[in-house]
Design a binder for this molecule. Structure first.
Ligand SMILES: [Zn+2]
Length: 490
């Protein structure tokens, strides 16, 4: 199996540490462990489709590793404290901000959005990690790590602010990003923390400011009301659950320069082992309509927004799989519509094959079946080339293979793609009794409402346009927004 490694900036042959140490190659008959850590979400707001793409691609990685024969120990954290508004240890804690926004305690907000995260993941067919761990439940191991770094002489305290890691003491600091991160820090910094020795130094532990009255605080040797920094949680939890040398660490590309550089610095100093992780896998961004997702642009979608528009989570998953995880992907409603019709086509074909595949004598593995299987798994094992793998799925459907062979291969492929064909049936196909209407076909009151909605959409008043859509749904109509028009289904 090949995987791009941000550390070497190359596609490399992947082998797990256990595999290397045992001297025997992995196979499904000879499984080997992979220690994999994935940076999880900060649970201060709703999981959006940008997150969904990242975790769907993590899921593909896990499924491919399992197919190859690895026993994947997949640890994913929940950041429920210490992630400040800026990655540079400044600004408000996102959890406290979320608490104010939703009028609940920081603890309630953390629970609410952790639940929403897993609700979204389950709908997307993302397998649960081996262990999901909360930063607030690992305070002691984070504190122990900072105390160890202090004892080793890598830290200093800024009065009234926090304990900082002195990056000038580490020759190799920032090698992951392949450029001088100290310079990058200087270029991107908005404000300067008084007392920092170097711009790239980062907080390991923070102190409550006078009058701040934080909800999430713990006593520490430096301050009675303090809390861990964001970076230390990933180091502490990954080492506690996976040991000092990880096989794979994943995260978004926005984490390369700061968060992951800091994780490496503190972990390698703590364990004395290098590298902290042998492979670093980074996911690229999802844009929406060519822009960064934001609520003010009206292009911020949760899984519920997608469901409300009449789409299936599997259609969104199929859309994510059509692009490579290291490329930026541009999401549009039109691309999701195309993906949903492709999903329906695939499902239709699958159901027909399932109906007519009884002939067991056809099960023998033909050369063509073997070839297609090899092409599919070569693609996914080549740095997760999912779009190439999808072309093999279509090739399989068009092939001359018997239904029995097609059925067997489709299910085998879907164990990696995770579209969940096996649990779908006719009810997941579009209802043929739904017809497309023109505005004039609508009752008079709905015609007026439809025009109000057109106006709201023109004015980018998405709240109002969604509200009107709901009224249509209550009356038994479905509105599907397309470029320059709206389809009305009844
Ligand atoms: Zn992390």
């Amino acid at each position: 199996m090949k995987l791009y490694n941000t550390l070497s900036k190359k596609v490399e042959e992947f082998k797990s540490l256990q595999e290397i140490n045992s001297g025997s190659l992995v196979s499904r008959e000879n499984p080997k462990q992979v220690n994999m850590y994935a940076c999880g979400v900060t649970v201060y707001d709703y999981t959006h489709i940008g997150h969904l793409r990242k975790y769907v691609m993590d899921d593909i990685l896990v499924r491919v590793l399992r197919h190859v024969g690895y026993d994947v120990k997949h640890i994913q954290n929940i950041t429920d404290v210490g992630h400040l508004a800026s990655d540079d240890d400044e600004g408000e804690d996102k959890m406290e901000k979320g608490a104010r926004k939703y009028g609940q305690s920081a603890w309630e907000v953390a629970k609410k959005f952790e639940d929403y995260f897993f609700y979204s993941m389950d709908l997307m067919g993302v397998l649960r990690p081996t262990l999901s761990c909360r930063a607030t439940e690992h305070i002691q191991s984070q504190l122990d790590m900072v105390l160890d770094l202090e004892k080793k002489g890598y830290t200093y305290v800024i009065d009234g602010d926090g304990v900082y890691f002195d990056t000038s003491k580490l020759e190799t600091y920032g090698e992951l990003s392949g450029h001088d991160p100290r310079k990058a820090h200087r270029e991107t910094r908005i404000g300067e923390i008084e007392g920092k020795k170097n711009p790239s130094d980062f907080a390991l532990w923070k102190f409550e400011k006078a009058g701040e009255n934080r909800q999430m605080v713990w006593p520490s040797p430096w301050h009675p009301r303090s809390f861990p920094g964001w970076h230390i949680e990933c180091s502490a939890m990954s080492i506690e659950h996976l040991g000092p040398e990880l096989d794979i660490h994943t995260g978004g590309i926005d984490h390369v320069a700061v968060h992951h550089a800091n994780e490496i610095a503190q972990s390698e100093t703590f364990t004395g082992k290098k590298p902290f992780s042998r492979f670093w896998v980074h996911h690229n961004f999802l844009r929406v309509n060519g822009e960064k997702m934001s609520k003010s642009l009206g292009n911020f979608f949760t899984i519920d927004d997608i469901l409300k528009k009449g789409f299936k989570p599997a259609a969104l998953r199929l859309l994510f799989l059509s692009s490579h995880y290291r490329s930026e992907q541009n999401f549009t409603i039109q691309s999701l519509e195309a993906s949903q019709s492709a999903l329906h086509k695939l499902l239709q074909a699958y159901l027909e094959i399932k109906e007519n595949h009884e002939d067991r004598s056809e099960l023998e593995n033909s050369d063509e079946a073997h070839q297609l299987s090899k092409q599919f798994f070569d693609a996914v094992e080549n740095d997760l080339n999912t779009s190439e793998a999808l072309t093999i799925v279509w090739k399989l459907l068009k092939s001359q293979l018997s239904n029995a062979q097609k059925y067997r291969l489709l299910l085998e492929f879907d164990r990696v793609l995770g579209l969940g064909l096996v649990s779908m049936d006719e009810d997941d196909l579009p209802k043929s009794d739904k017809v497309t209407l023109q505005i004039d076909d609508l009752p008079k009151d709905l015609q007026d409402l439809f025009r109000d909605r057109e106006l709201a959409r023109k004015n980018k008043d998405f709240a109002k346009s969604d509200e009107i859509r709901t009224k249509f749904e209550e009356a038994g109509y479905q509105l599907i927004d397309q470029a320059g028009s709206v389809l009305i289904k009844h």
